[in-house]
Unconditional design. Structure first.
Lengths: 317, 299
């Protein structure tokens, strides 16, 4: 098992390097501006007082590496600095908006696995027949559609024409669980892309597994078809899908930003978009680090788990 | 996908690839024609009417500032398509030399120096990266194309490198080297030409992903003017009048949906013909798309 352990150590090391890189990259992209950063950040309101305030707030008089070191040490203590516009600590922005985003992402992942795997297994079971062609074509098509266009059309049909569901979450605040009807469309939109990719991967893996010698052998032993499918073939079809699941975090993040903007949900994505519009650099940095580190950690976890279950699969970091 | 290959082996071609091809063409042609030739048919801008009204000489009503929606639709496709095409081209302009050099060089440090930074870029979600940069600069349409190209470079460079490394290990390259052919000739003349097909496959998938990213960024207000004639911007800005005048939102949204959907179906159908040599890994990668980053093993 020493090979496994050294592989895991190397993967952990890469994860650590990626985390450091994310922190440095976020800092470099937002603060190492050419010219006078304070003037650039003041943007539309370049009055001297505001420029001076920004310079003061960001400590722009000190060299960049010192600021980076300070900021990074602060991150270790969950100190993300203070907002340029309101003066509130960035961590309070994050803790206020974390709930709705976590709820959206959690619900999506919880529904994503059964729906995606179910569709994939269904398509693989009827390979080449009508059901398979229908599922394959629809998932291929929907996969490429941007969430906002899909979401707006769903709102038009279900909120405007049929009047079944509320068009936005306006007025519900962060208490989304109390209004489950307002969650249906956002979760549906968030699911659209990941479900397509997951079901296509499961279908491909399942077809492979069902054509393998061990499944043929299991059938020769007279093991019932359902058991062969779900106990023998499905676990082997899941290895590539498990990795894909972590990769969908990237999309969930993109999706969450769009969906929160579309349905006016006060989550992290909304906070990020507001901060981007106001050029509130500390808030943007804090959220970017949170999102970036979550992505790195989940990818790391997925690689470690996949490697544990299917060591023969080369999981390059 | 497997089924289709089996079908080919048996000599029968199922209706699916051609059916999917026809469906893709049918879906793509309306938005594409509108995007490319729409501006030619748009007449002079009339006087502004009241916001969100229907009728009164406006076929699809008026938008949030009282402009004719149909005229905006005619103009709104071009920026989406042009920025997406430019971003895809730009991404390859950088990815091709980087991938080729790192695949063909014998100096490990050079390969590491070229590819390692890209690994790091891969760790940052693409939309987040675009948002980060646009929080400091305010990119225009060209800036948006640059940003989208930037987030696509790491993945494209990996694909180029994987494809080129595959070709470079063949005996033909060895023979060329022993004949004393120049590096340039081997790299561009032989390896570059041999990887055209996998690259074409990747470019198709990448264009679909880039279209998605460009439209989403424009919807979030990145790289576009707030009142731009752009399908994604129209969806965003006219949302406030959805209940009064849904056409100003539904028509551009439908056009984006058919464009992206049709693109993916069309490229899938195009690529599934003449893919006998495709490995299952390619199939998985291609079938799912560019943003999944099913990682290639290190060689």
């Amino acid at each position: 098992m020493s090979g496994l352990r050294s592989w895991a150590a190397r993967r952990l090391l890469l994860g650590g390097a990626q985390t450091v890189a994310v922190v440095v990259l976020v800092f470099a992209l937002t603060e190492a501006l050419p010219g006078d950063a304070a003037v650039a950040l003041a943007g539309d309101q370049p009055d001297p007082a505001r420029i001076a305030a920004i310079r003061e707030a960001l400590d722009l008089d000190r060299p960049a590496y010192e600021r980076l070191a300070d900021w990074a040490t602060g991150l270790l203590h969950a100190d993300f600095g203070h907002s340029l516009t309101s003066g509130r600590p960035v961590s309070s922005y994050i803790s206020d908006a974390f709930g709705p985003t976590l709820l959206l992402a959690g619900l999506t992942v919880a529904l994503l696995v059964p729906v995606g795997v179910g569709l994939g297994v269904l398509a693989a079971r009827f390979e080449g027949r009508f059901v398979d062609r229908l599922i394959s074509s629809v998932t291929l098509g929907v996969y490429a559609v941007p969430e906002f266009a899909f979401g707006v059309l769903l709102v038009t049909v279900f909120a405007l024409r049929l009047d079944w569901l509320p068009p936005t979450a306006v007025g519900y605040g962060t208490d989304l669980l109390g209004h489950p009807a307002a969650l249906v469309l956002p979760v549906l939109v968030l699911l659209s892309r990941p479900v397509c990719s997951l079901s296509r991967l499961v279908r491909a893996g399942m077809i492979d597994a069902l054509a393998s010698p061990y499944v043929a052998q299991a059938r020769r032993y007279g093991i019932p078809g359902a058991r062969v499918r779900y106990a023998h073939a499905l676990p082997n079809a899941m290895a590539p899908a498990a990795q894909q699941l972590a990769r969908t975090v990237d999309w969930l993040l993109c999706g969450v930003i769009v969906v929160e903007a579309l349905f006016v949900i006060p989550g992290l994505g909304t906070v990020l978009m507001n901060a981007v519009a106001e050029r509130d650099v500390p808030v943007v940095q804090g959220l970017a680090v949170v999102f970036g580190v979550i992505t790195v950690v989940l990818n790391l976890g997925a690689d470690l788990i996949t490697h544990r279950f299917a060591p023969r699969a080369e999981v390059a970091a | 996908m497997r089924g289709r290959r089996k079908g080919r082996v048996r000599g029968g071609v199922s209706w699916l690839p051609s059916g999917r091809f026809a469906l893709g063409v049918a879906l793509v042609c309306v938005p594409l024609v509108l995007a490319l030739f729409g501006p030619l048919f748009a007449g002079e801008a009339g006087p502004r009417a009241t916001s969100f009204t229907l009728g009164d000489g406006h076929w699809l009503g008026t938008d949030f500032v009282g402009r004719d929606v149909w005229r905006q639709v005619l103009f709104g496709g071009r920026p989406v398509v042009v920025v997406a095409l430019a971003a895809t081209t730009l991404a390859y302009l950088v990815a091709l030399p980087v991938g080729l050099i790192s695949a063909l060089t014998h100096r490990t440090w050079l390969e590491e120096a070229l590819m390692r930074p890209l690994d790091v870029l891969l760790a940052v979600p693409s939309l987040l990266m675009i948002l980060l940069i646009s929080s400091v600069f305010s990119p225009g349409a060209a800036g948006l194309a640059l940003l989208v190209a930037l987030v696509n470079i790491p993945d494209a460079a990996r694909i180029v490198r994987a494809a080129a490394a595959d070709v470079a290990s063949r005996p033909a390259v060895e023979a060329l080297r022993m004949q004393g052919e120049s590096w340039w000739r081997i790299a561009v003349g032989h390896v570059g030409r041999s990887i055209l097909r996998p690259l074409a496959a990747d470019a198709g998938v990448r264009l679909t992903g880039v279209l998605y990213l460009v439209a989403t960024a424009a919807f979030l207000g990145i790289g576009v003017a707030p009142d731009a004639a752009d399908w994604a911007v129209m969806v965003d800005r006219n949302r406030t009048g959805l209940f009064v005048q849904p056409w100003a939102v539904v028509v551009p949204a439908l056009l984006i949906v058919t464009l992206t959907m049709g693109c993916n179906l069309l490229f899938d159908a195009l690529l599934s013909t003449g893919r006998e040599v495709a490995t299952e890994r390619d199939v998985v990668r291609r079938g799912v798309g560019v943003r999944d980053r099913v990682k290639e093993p290190r060689r």
